[in-house]
Design a protein around this ligand. Structure first.
Ligand SMILES: [Zn+2]
Length: 171
């Protein structure tokens, strides 16, 4: 990545957008975590980490916005450290990368697609959780959910995330 001088007042940089997508299969009897929130359900999302589909898509969106690769670039699936990992670790690494590149999160929008459970009753908790993780106001985090409507993906949770990064403004 080009070394750019953040202190140069003459330098105007454009905002950056990023998008992320992830999916995980439901597996009975494991905890369900979406956006860092534990949601009561008879199945959770299977994966190398805690399977938090929303935080994985968020991580990819953040890294994508600065063209820094994706979650696998920083946490290869072969790395035993990732096993059962709290996915907040992935988001924190992505945040560190965007801050080093001179950006902060402007806003985030997300759509989760799953047949069950209903996300509506948990949307505020998820919004708070993601905002806290990103150190932004909840009003900067959009949480939306849909059901798959006959797509044949009822045993899967999918998440799409878009982010806008803005430049760090120095005091
Ligand atoms: Zn994932």
């Amino acid at each position: 990545m080009n070394e750019q001088t953040l202190s140069s007042s003459a330098q105007i940089r454009t905002p950056r957008i990023g998008s992320g997508w992830d999916s995980h299969e439901f597996k009975p009897g494991i905890p369900l975590r979406i956006g860092g929130v534990l949601i009561p359900h008879n199945a959770g999302l299977a994966g190398h980490s805690d399977g938090d589909v929303l935080l994985h898509a968020l991580t990819d969106a953040l890294l994508g916005a600065i063209a820094a690769g994706d979650i696998g670039t920083f946490f290869p699936p072969t790395d035993p450290k990732g096993k059962g990992a709290d996915s907040a670790v992935f988001v924190r690494e992505a945040l560190k990368q965007i801050e080093e590149a001179g950006y902060v999160v402007g806003n985030v929008d997300s759509t989760s697609i799953l047949a069950a459970p209903k996300i509506g009753p948990h949307a505020t908790a998820i919004q708070q959780s993601v905002a806290e993780l990103l150190d932004v106001d909840p009003s900067q985090v959009g949480i939306k959910a849909k059901t798959p409507e006959g797509m044949g993906t009822d045993n899967t949770a999918i998440a799409h995330v878009a982010v806008l990064l803005t430049e760090i403004s120095w005091p």
